[in-house]
Design a protein around this ligand. Structure first.
Ligand code: PMP
Length: 459
């Protein structure tokens, strides 16, 4: 059945009649109707009304190889014809997850040699939580099970994912979080640094909040610290350079495991395969998903470091955990082809040495002087723009978040998909963006900022 037989209005009515969307005010959506994205090619998405929109978010931070990759469709088709599905339970395997695991071990940090597959980042973080707690239980320390996370963190939307995350509005709707997870301050200097406090000092202070939480619980009760190298959904919060080395020192000192969530930063976004490599972080687990397949298939891979893996394998007996789609052969075939494309086209190197620096320079030069912009920050092809009412005091427009939504709506109308989180505009484009694409995006953002500023009476 082709959607082309339906008008936009008909599709919207059916959508409203039967489809509850994720992270959506359902009543509000029913009042306006969904925008129907119907196809995509390269860096562009197209809606049912024929509008061409440059996708500044790579879907949901995932389409790193860009749209329209027939090679990925062919990889899926070939695998589906040969073996659409078989499980990895009961001493069985299929070839594509085997080969993908080898490839992943090659590109990951040296101590990451085992992967556990799921279909989403949330599932992978659920696995990560089980694995670290199980590790300590197997090591004879079952009480060492507290997890330290950060406020504003996003680790997924299952009960474990939302409990690990630090979004208070999500906690309110949980109806009971996974116990023994605490949240400390995030390394978000733009709002949390004291007047006159240097970036370096703020980074150390934010990391010491983790140490305080360890001391409060007693190190013998703390299993792990979990963090996104760069907080993504919480607003692309890039920590000061002093933050992660201090976190690493603290974790080592108290023998607290370090869990990295690279669901957004993995697979080239920062200009290395993983942010762990870009930022010199040595982790015990690394959660990945999204760009592993460039979003063409749902797939997550949790890397489990040698220290934990040895215990799980040697002492663990049967691990009562896994998903029907763990190591799905089609998803893994697509992942293998996706990594091959990223490698063949040198997309990671390009972000590191060319487009990443150009993205930073262009956004800084063109946007940071704008009257409603308080800060521009980037790493690789990940960017954030803080919207403020007053550049000096960093006072925000009221009500909170309303100005950023105006910028976003103008950006989309100008032909650029970007996202607003509170008062922060976010960009996470496909890694295929060129200097020319960056120029086009910057011009559209500039125009959207001007229009929003005019709406807000600032221009
Ligand atoms: N961790 C991080 C850092 C994420 O950004 C996300 C999704 N945005 C998740 C976990 C959850 O992934 P999923 O939506 O695939 O469950």
């Amino acid at each position: 059945m082709s959607y082309q037989n339906f008008s936009l209005k008909q599709l919207q009515e059916i959508d409203a009649g039967h489809h509850l969307h994720p992270f959506t005010d359902h009543k509000e959506l029913r009042a306006v109707g969904s925008r129907m994205i119907v196809r995509a090619d390269g860096p562009y998405i197209y809606d049912s009304e024929g509008n061409e929109i440059l996708d500044g978010m790579a879907g949901l931070w995932c389409v790193n190889a860009g749209y329209g990759r027939t090679e990925l469709a062919e990889a899926a088709y070939e695998q589906m014809k040969e073996l659409p599905y078989y499980n990895s339970f009961f001493k069985c395997s299929t070839p594509t997850p085997v080969l993908l695991s080898k490839k992943l071990a090659e590109i990951a940090p040296a101590n990451m040699n085992q992967v556990f597959y799921g279909s989403s980042g949330s599932e992978a973080n659920d696995t990560a939580l089980r694995v670290v707690r199980r590790y300590w239980a197997l090591e004879g320390k079952p009480r060492k099970n507290r997890i330290i996370s950060r406020k504003m963190a996003y680790h997924g939307s299952t009960i474990a994912g939302a409990s690990l995350g630090g979004m208070s509005h999500m906690h309110e709707q949980l109806g009971g979080a996974v116990p023994n997870i605490v949240h400390v301050m995030p390394p978000y200097s733009f709002e949390l640094a004291e007047p006159g406090e240097s970036e370096h000092d703020f980074g150390i202070r934010a990391a010491r909040a983790v140490e305080d939480a360890i001391l409060e619980a007693g190190a013998e009760n703390v299993a792990a610290f979990i963090g996104e190298p760069i907080m993504g959904a919480g607003g692309v919060k890039i920590p000061p350079e002093s933050y992660w080395p201090e976190i690493q020192r603290i974790c080592r000192k108290y023998d607290v495991l370090l869990m990295l969530d690279e669901v957004i930063t993995g697979y080239g976004r920062t200009g290395e395969w993983f942010a762990a490599q870009a930022m010199g972080i040595e982790a015990d687990t690394i959660t990945t998903a999204k760009a592993l397949t460039s979003g063409y298939q749902p797939l997550s891979a949790l890397f489990i470091g040698d220290r934990i893996a040895r215990t799980l394998i040697d002492k663990g007996g049967e691990f009562f955990h896994g998903y029907t789609y763990s190591g799905h052969p089609v998803a893994c075939a697509v992942a293998l082809k996706n990594l091959e494309i990223i490698e063949r086209e040198g997309l990671v190197d390009r972000v590191r040495s060319d487009t990443g620096p150009y993205f930073r320079k262009t956004l800084m030069e063109r946007l940071s002087g704008h009257p409603i912009v308080g800060q521009v920050r980037t790493v690789g092809l990940l960017g954030a723009i803080e919207i403020v009412a007053d550049k000096e005091t960093r006072e925000r427009f009221q009500p909170s978040g309303s100005a950023a939504v105006k910028v976003r709506d103008h950006a989309i109308a100008q032909g650029l998909m970007m996202r607003a989180t509170d008062d922060t505009m976010i960009l996470s484009p496909p890694l295929i963006w060129t200097r020319e694409t960056i120029d086009i995006a910057a011009a559209r953002i500039e125009r959207a900022l001007d229009l929003a500023a005019a709406d807000l009476g600032r221009m």
